[in-house]
Design a protein around this ligand. Structure first.
Ligand code: IMP
Ligand code: ZN
Length: 345
């Protein structure tokens, strides 16, 4: 009898995958954080004491972590190092197409402007993206931004999309309890006029529900999380077939979803609604993308065929043209043909 000794974990690492929701500064592995600390600890010994907690009591505690992480990526060379490592780690985990996202950040004391921040990320992607993977960039607008700051991010997206073909979208992220989407809406509309795809962190906590109609009014191309759906949001998302970026560990870790078993991806799977399994912040939540596939498999009984199907279907929801999607699909299908033995369970 044919038996397959490859573990589920190994299968999920080898499986070609799309990662579409990964914040650069949340994706720094313990090893990368140590490397970044080592570069700065002489100047700032306090950095050596920092550790990422094992779990968080509330999602609010999560946003506080970035006060520390941002001290490690406060100059161009550290941003380049972080970006390079994040790409290498995703590639080593079997990611073949990566949409990284990041919030342009300035630190004038170290000569870093928002523009030089984005330039650093873009040129690091151009120079250091591993050959097995394509990397694109989404620029994030933080909910705490003023409209002027949000427009500056859109300016940067326009500039770098012209100079390279790398910037593919604009995101709304940041502290779920702060800011208002309506104040920032004109910036997203301008991004759409310039043909950027839009993804919005959506309904992570119940306090976000009242503004859901405003977010949906701009017709986003994808939604992040979409954890708590009132009837209007649910109907709109299903009617428009809006793909959802699913980050199971992130949600359970930050306690916006009670347990893996009760995760809303189950409903999306039952409804055959498009979703992409993603990590969100693989450094903070200590979960590689392959682990998200393992979790989905163990929690919902998905066999290897279904895991492949989930990864393959995710290609339809990436921010790329049909030609790129078809090329990726061909890579996926060739991989499957060459690795049939891995599907024997
Ligand atoms: P950066 O944009 O590369 O600096 O990545 C870190 C930033 O991503 C944080 O400051 C947050 O604003 C944002 N972020 C990461 N995860 C989440 C999330 O789950 N919800 C909202 N914002 C997030
Ligand atoms: Zn996120």
């Amino acid at each position: 009898m044919l038996t397959n000794m490859t573990s589920l974990t190994e299968f999920c690492i080898q499986l070609p995958k799309v990662e579409a929701h990964a914040h650069i500064n949340g994706s720094l592995s313990p090893q990368t954080l140590r490397e970044l600390v080592a570069r700065k600890v002489d100047m700032n010994p306090e950095l050596a004491a920092f550790t990422i907690p094992d779990s968080l009591d509330r999602i609010d505690d999560f946003f506080a972590l970035f006060k520390f992480i941002y001290q490690l990526t406060d100059d161009e060379s550290s941003v380049a190092h972080a970006t390079k490592r994040v790409m290498e780690e995703f590639a080593a985990d079997g990611v073949r197409y990566l949409e990284l996202r990041t919030t342009p950040r300035a630190n004038l004391a170290k000569g870093m402007t928002k523009q030089s921040y984005v330039k650093t990320v873009v040129s690091t992607i151009q120079r250091d993206c591993p050959g097995t993977m394509v990397t694109k960039l989404i620029l994030s607008i933080d909910r705490r931004n003023t409209l002027e700051e949000a427009q500056e991010t859109v300016d940067l997206a326009i500039q770098f999309a012209k100079e390279t073909n790398m910037v593919v979208g604009v995101d709304l992220c940041g502290d779920v309890m702060k800011g208002s989407f309506l104040a920032l809406k004109p910036a997203f509309e301008r991004a759409q006029q310039h043909h950027f795809n839009i993804t919005l962190h959506f309904n992570e906590v119940k306090e976000n529900i009242p503004e859901a109609p405003d977010l949906l009014s701009i017709h986003p191309d994808r939604l992040g999380h979409a954890t708590l759906l009132d009837d209007l949001s649910r109907n709109t998302i299903y009617q428009r077939n809006i793909p959802v970026e699913i980050c199971m560990t992130s949600n359970v870790f930050s306690k916006t979803v009670a347990t893996y078993e009760r995760h809303h991806v189950k409903e999306l799977m039952d409804e055959k609604h498009p979703f992409i399994l993603c990590t969100d912040d693989k450094g903070v939540f200590a979960s590689e993308l392959s682990n998200e596939y393992v979790l989905a498999s163990k929690t919902f009984g998905l066999n290897r065929e279904r895991l492949f199907e989930a990864s393959f279907k995710a290609i339809d929801s990436i921010f790329a043209d049909q030609e790129t999607k078809d090329e990726l699909k061909a890579i996926w299908l060739t991989w499957k043909k060459d690795h049939q033995y891995l599907f024997v369970e």
